[in-house]
Design a binder for this molecule. Structure first.
Ligand code: MSP
Length: 497
């Protein structure tokens, strides 16, 4: 990649190592992967960062339960996460573990710099703590006395601790939202932040703990470990080499072009994160995109809610690409979406088997049968226009992360191509030697529509797009997406899924 290429730095959150990553996590990393692949395809020099967020009391407790040291416990889980990303074809460029030595070094330096500047000070912490979420709450933030994020019990907490002067940055954060209108998107997230967190009075935030050990030690005050969110957020810079010698890309890639994050962690990314960066006089990320949740019956999918959906089962049964496609086509990225097996199977059948798959197999079967030579220049003008418009629409939607609309544009064109077969009836043209020219145009027009669509679909379905390209180039044909008998399949999943 030439160093002149425009850069694009995109991140997923670093995931909490949980033994069972579910389809909600897969959703987030697939979306990021699609965007990274899209930008690479368009010639950008892409840095796609993901990783794991390994510190905190929850990990310490979980490891102890299994009689393991935290690191041993984590190594096993991280292997599973890497395996899932491999399965899902997640093309990250860098994977960070917050236990990595270089990251630890960065965090210790950051903490000290904030302390030296007076943005971190020592005081006594009194409040509530949600262990699973690693979040501190004040009484007023609780909902019915429980954690407002997950609804679970919180604990009383009181200890000597360091605080970050978040309150001092309230005005500058509001200014930031004003000045940089797309800093936080979709727009609804800005209102949530302003009304729920900033307007009621932004509080200083406790950034160290003494009640457990499994964290990055504050190097100038033994006994204190750095609050996980300070540790976690700076991963986006430590992974580029900020304040460490491991990597040297900070000048090339920072500031990030976009952080993709789920809606419940938007507040950390759009308040605490810019506030800390402002304190250190560092450039702010260009954009934070808060996507919605996948839910089941309106409940966030998550293991603790007991309704995890296993991406392995789905990917193995219907293909990785079908799952990737479904996740980004069915749901509106910025909003919550309810997962059902029926929605998934219907989407796969309608779009992938009937529309795309059918178009490819019909076209190539006819091309063979009627011995039509490929000629990329023999294309009906209507389709040149259609595919150009589709391409432009696709790009416009991708730039807004409106994946569902981008895909809809392509599938609209595929639909048109299928109708074009019905209208032109190539099997009739083939019976009449004087219509040979017309037949050749029809088949080549279809090939052109398929070729252009496959190009656009590549970031979403890299394997399928590759298969389509090689089938267009004459390699043996295989059915891309077998049609599913939905009723039977639902019964099967009921018993095995
Ligand atoms: N470790 C923190 C992030 C630190 S980033 C500096 C964390 N980890 S997490 O594993 O709990 O979540 C990782 C991402 O997965 C979040 O963006 C979260 O919103 C997303 N999802 C987890 N469950 C999800 C759904 N059910 N639906 C969509 N996204 C979901 O938060």
């Amino acid at each position: 990649m030439s160093n002149n290429a425009k850069k694009f730095y995109i991140t997923t959150p670093i995931y909490y190592p949980s033994a069972e990553l579910h389809i909600g996590h897969t959703y987030c990393s697939t979306a990021t992967d699609v965007m990274a692949r899209y930008k690479r395809q368009r010639g950008f020099d892409v840095m796609f960062l993901t990783g794991v967020d390994e510190h905190g009391q929850k990990i310490e407790t979980a490891a102890a339960k299994e009689g393991l040291q935290p690191k041993e416990f984590l190594d096993r889980i991280v292997a599973g996460i890497l395996d899932l990303w491999k399965l899902m074809n997640i093309s990250y460029d860098r994977f960070i573990r917050t236990t990595d030595e270089y990251h630890v070094k960065t965090i210790q330096k950051v903490f000290r710099m904030l302390y030296d500047r007076g943005d971190i000070y020592k005081d006594t912490y009194k409040g509530k703590y949600c262990v699973p979420c690693e979040s501190f709450w004040t009484e007023t933030q609780l909902e019915n006395g429980k954690c407002p994020d997950c609804g679970r019990e919180v604990q009383d907490a009181e200890e000597e601790a360091y605080f970050f002067k978040q309150s001092a940055y309230a005005d500058r954060i509001l200014e930031l939202y004003e000045r940089q209108q797309d800093f936080l998107t979709p727009k609804s997230r800005v209102n949530e932040m302003v009304n729920n967190f900033i307007k009621p009075g932004l509080e200083d935030i406790c950034v160290s703990r003494t009640s457990f050990k499994w964290g990055i030690p504050v190097d100038f005050d033994p006994g204190h470990v750095v609050y996980v969110w300070v540790d976690a957020l700076f991963n986006y810079m430590s992974a580029l080499g900020y304040l460490n010698g491991e990597y040297h890309d900070i000048d090339r890639y920072w500031p990030a072009d976009v952080h993709f994050v789920g809606k419940e962690i938007v507040r950390f990314h759009s308040i605490l994160w810019p506030a800390m960066l402002m304190a250190l006089e560092l450039p702010l990320p260009k954009q934070v995109y808060g996507h919605g949740w996948l839910t089941i019956n309106g409940q966030k999918i998550g293991k603790s809610l007991g309704n995890a959906v296993d991406p392995y089962v789905l990917a193995e049964r219907y293909s990785v690409d079908a799952l990737r496609y479904f996740l980004l086509r069915e749901f509106t990225f910025g909003q919550d979406g309810d997962f059902t097996r029926e929605r998934m199977l219907t989407r796969i059948n309608t779009d992938l088997a009937n529309n795309l798959g059918n178009l490819v197999s019909r076209t190539l079967a006819m091309q063979d049968k009627y011995s039509v030579a490929a000629d990329p220049d023999n294309v009906e003008p209507e389709f040149t226009v259609l595919m150009n418009t589709t391409h432009a629409e696709f790009d416009a939607q991708m730039e807004k992360f409106a994946f569902q609309n981008a895909l809809q544009a392509v599938f609209g064109a595929l639909d048109r191509a299928n109708k074009y077969i019905d209208e032109t009836t190539p099997w009739m043209l083939a019976k009449d030697e004087s219509k040979r020219g017309e037949l050749e145009t029809v088949i080549n027009t279809l090939r052109y529509a398929i070729d252009k669509s496959a190009y656009l679909l590549t970031p979403f379905m890299p394997d399928t797009a590759g298969k389509i390209q090689s089938q267009l180039n004459g390699s043996a044909r295989e059915v891309l997406f077998p049609r599913i008998d939905i009723k039977k399949e639902l019964e099967y999943l009921e018993q095995n899924g």
